[in-house]
Design a protein around this ligand. Structure first.
Ligand code: ATP
Ligand code: MG
Length: 362
């Protein structure tokens, strides 16, 4: 849709704790792949999070959004916002970025690999989670904080579902399903949340009219929690609202080796996309060279695949394929994978393994 460009401008937002390890690792792997396929990348460091607070006085310094708006996409590391001091300068940038750039769909794939401790073989699915509405109080587009305490012993939490928000995420999910096995599962609970989930489901079926080649079915969210454990292989593409997606994607990660195996790409209608792993900043393992870099590297790979296809930039798609080759190679050997996925490698040894698997000098 956009005119073909000859290079990509990619932001690097390290975030906190293990972000300082897994984000540079992702840049290193992407750089190596791009050098082989001839993809030119302009890397732009964007300070964010704790380090930005300490050095520049704000977790999201002035000008951040303008800088990001001039980029094709960015790699966002995890933010340890719960550890931030309680000052107005220490905001959590995540919801602001998702809202400002209308990154309404969080695309979270789950794939099983042999011998790393997956609970099933042959899992290959994608959960598309609505990103900007629903229950999440700080992401609530209409109701501000979304939680109220009318009296000291009563709390009211508001869940916002709109036709527009539901239709947008549904369309993104149908497009993904169309490129995969052409099967989309709607996850909801319209048996109880007749208005909210009802609107979500109706919006999905409205969008479905444009995708007659995609088969649609529905699973109630609690049944889905059970079926993900018992027969996750029976699913291909799944679309659901914000909080259901939050919970189900962590469950899906648990099926394939844990949070280190859960990548994500936040997308919207335009071409800007944000690579963001599902895991948090994991302060307990930061600085020990043991964090699993897969989730962040795979998120980065998804970013290049997405941008390559959106801009008709073949060298970016090829770079993503080369990264996949390296990742698959490293995951197949305990000596080049981290302990959380039944390996013996440090994080740097895993990165060396990925580079070796891409047949590029490290
Ligand atoms: P958030 O609220 O930001 O989602 P969280 O409370 O869910 O954070 P995480 O930081 O995601 O917590 O991590 C939970 C635990 O999972 C960590 O303490 C760590 O032990 C493990 N973990 C998370 N990410 C990784 C990773 N990439 N490699 C290895 N272990 C990880
Ligand atoms: Mg979490």
């Amino acid at each position: 849709q956009t005119a073909t460009k000859d290079h990509l401008r990619i932001g690097v937002l390290e975030g906190d704790d293990i972000g300082h390890e897994v984000v540079p690792a992702s840049v290193q792997i992407a750089k190596a792949a791009a050098a082989v396929t001839g993809l030119k990348i302009e890397w732009v460091d964007v300070p964010i999070g704790r380090r930005a607070l300490d050095q520049l006085g704000h977790t999201m310094p002035e000008g951040t959004l303008e800088t990001l708006g001039g980029l094709d996409g960015w790699i966002l590391g995890p933010i340890g916002h719960r550890e931030y001091p309680k000052v107005p300068e220490a905001i959590n940038p995540h919801p602001i970025l998702r809202k400002r750039f209308d990154l309404f769909a969080n695309v979270r794939p789950t794939r099983s690999f042999p011998d790393i401790g997956c609970l099933h073989d042959d899992i290959d699915m994608v959960i598309v989670r609505e990103n900007n509405e629903g229950f999440q109080p700080d992401r609530n587009v209409v109701m501000g904080s979304g939680e109220f305490r009318p009296t000291h012993d009563v709390t009211i939490s508001v869940r916002v579902i709109t036709v527009e928000g539901s239709s947008k995420v549904a369309r993104a999910a149908f497009e993904i399903a169309r490129a995969r096995k052409k099967r989309l599962t709607l996850v909801h609970k319209n048996t109880v949340y007749k208005l909210g989930c009802g609107m979500f489901v109706d919006s999905c079926y409205e969008v479905a009219k444009d995708f007659p080649d995609v088969t649609v079915d529905e699973v109630i969210v609690d049944t889905m929690a059970m079926r993900l454990v018992r027969d996750p292989q029976s699913f291909d593409t799944i679309v659901t609202t914000n909080m259901f997606g939050d919970i189900l994607t962590d469950e899906a990660a648990g099926l394939v080796g844990g949070l280190g195996m859960a990548p994500g790409l936040c997308i919207g209608r335009g071409s800007i996309a944000m690579a963001q792993a599902t895991h948090g900043s994991a302060p307990d393992i930061a600085g020990k060279n043991i964090a699993n870099p897969f989730a962040m590297i795979e998120s980065t790979r998804m970013l290049f695949d997405w941008l390559g296809r959106r801009h008709g930039l073949e060298s970016a798609v090829q770079a993503s394929e080369l990264m996949k080759q390296g990742i698959d190679a490293a995951l197949s050997d305990p000596a080049t994978r981290t302990p959380d996925i039944r390996g013996t490698a440090s994080q740097s040894q895993m990165i060396e393994g990925i580079l070796a698997g891409m047949d590029v000098p490290n």
